[in-house]
Design a protein around this ligand. Structure first.
Ligand SMILES: NC(=O)c1ccc[n+]([C@@H]2O[C@H](COP(=O)([O-])OP(=O)(O)OC[C@H]3O[C@@H](n4cnc5c(N)ncnc54)[C@H](O)[C@@H]3O)[C@@H](O)[C@H]2O)c1
Length: 320
């Protein structure tokens, strides 16, 4: 049986990946310090998971976690741009030193491949669209610099033939189990939870700003493909839906899913917000054989159903 380690497996994306790996018949171990991840996220994935509570900054924890593993999926991070601005050194330790620590432990243990959760934040506010992997990186935050630094280490480890590595640049991921209180890319959980309470969503700016949203289950599928795709080693690959969706369209689709007609409230645009984002997903198609399958509306339907249930279980209002 193939054996995988998912770091950050108790988190939002990590738990979807654990679920996808179990469905594909992998044996799964999780390394997580539960700083933002939750045990409940693993309780619902439907299979047996070995949980190692530990920190990617701790060399002994990394060594124990990679033992006997064929593929490492490195999702653990402090995934917050504002936190990285407030604490560059602390976030660097987790987001960059943690990656080097894990790469080193994986090399020593004879792991075949490491697949890394990188980010579209690396593209910064370069106006060129769509974002291709060949664009020069332009990080605008410590978080983006830490993801880019991690990508560079992955490339070096692959070049030295220490192990195979693949960096997946996720765009705006959404789906069940995403924390509505998280500061990172949280427009969908914020809008869904507000609109489920019958409250208007707040749009900063004119609502014509665009994002490339991708359903968490799709990101999990891209990871599983990246574990085995023969030409993927040493590569950086965008993982996105490949479609530009503006915030007004998001509110419209949500009103359709919820059966509501809530109009957004507009507030001044936030400084530093990227205006437009859309990925070129040609490389994902060619290198991973990845083709998005879940439509935006279907992904939102599943997401809304999950929040509706979670809010009801928490005794929260949900009049919509
Ligand atoms: N959500 C997005 O839209 C998005 C976009 C681009 C990239 N990413 C990346 O995807 C990955 C997963 O993000 P997410 O949205 O699921 O966030 P999340 O906060 O739900 O998951 C991160 C997980 O890492 C764990 N973790 C944090 N620090 C750790 C440490 N020192 N040692 C061990 N575990 C630790 C947390 O407990 C959590 O379970 C991150 O690397 C993030 O940077 C996310």
């Amino acid at each position: 049986m193939r054996h995988a380690l998912v770091t950050g497996g108790a988190g939002f994306i990590g738990s979807h990946l654990v679920q996808a790996l179990l469905v594909e018949g992998w044996r799964v171990r999780v390394l997580d310090d539960f700083s933002s991840g939750r045990r409940e996220n693993l309780a619902v994935v439907g299979g047996e998971v070995e949980v190692c509570e530990g920190d990617v900054r701790d060399v002994a924890a990394c060594r124990r976690a990679v033992t006997g593993v064929e593929v490492v999926f490195h999702q653990a991070a402090i995934p917050s741009v504002p936190r990285s601005v407030a604490d560059p050194v602390g976030t660097h330790a987790v987001n960059l030193t943690g990656t080097v620590q894990l790469l080193t432990a994986a090399r020593e243990a004879g792991v075949r491949r490491l697949v890394f959760a990188s980010s579209s934040a690396i593209y910064g506010d370069d106006p060129e669209l769509p974002k291709r992997e060949t664009l020069p990186p332009a990080p605008m935050s410590p978080y983006a610099a830490q993801k880019l630094g991690s990508e560079n280490y992955l490339r070096v480890f692959a070049a030295l033939r220490s192990l195979e590595t693949v960096a997946l640049r996720y765009f705006n991921v959404f789906g069940p189990r995403q924390d509505p209180a998280s500061e990172y890319a949280a427009v969908i959980p914020k809008f869904v939870t507000r609109m489920l309470r019958g409250q208007a969503p707040t749009i900063y700016g004119d609502g014509r700003q665009t994002r490339d949203f991708i359903f968490a289950g799709e990101v999990a599928r891209a990871n599983v493909l990246a574990a085995t795709a023969p030409a993927a080693s040493g590569q950086v690959v965008n993982v996105a839906g490949g479609k530009r969706i503006d915030l007004l369209a998001l509110v419209d689709t949500l009103n359709g899913v919820l059966g509501t007609s809530l109009a957004p409230v507009f507030a001044p645009a936030q400084a530093g917000d990227v205006r437009d984002s859309v990925a070129d997903i040609t490389r994902a198609r060619e290198v991973l054989g990845f083709e998005p399958r879940v439509s935006f509306a279907d992904g939102l339907r599943e997401t809304v159903a999950w929040y509706r249930q979670a809010m009801a279980a928490a005794g929260d209002d949900h009049p919509a």
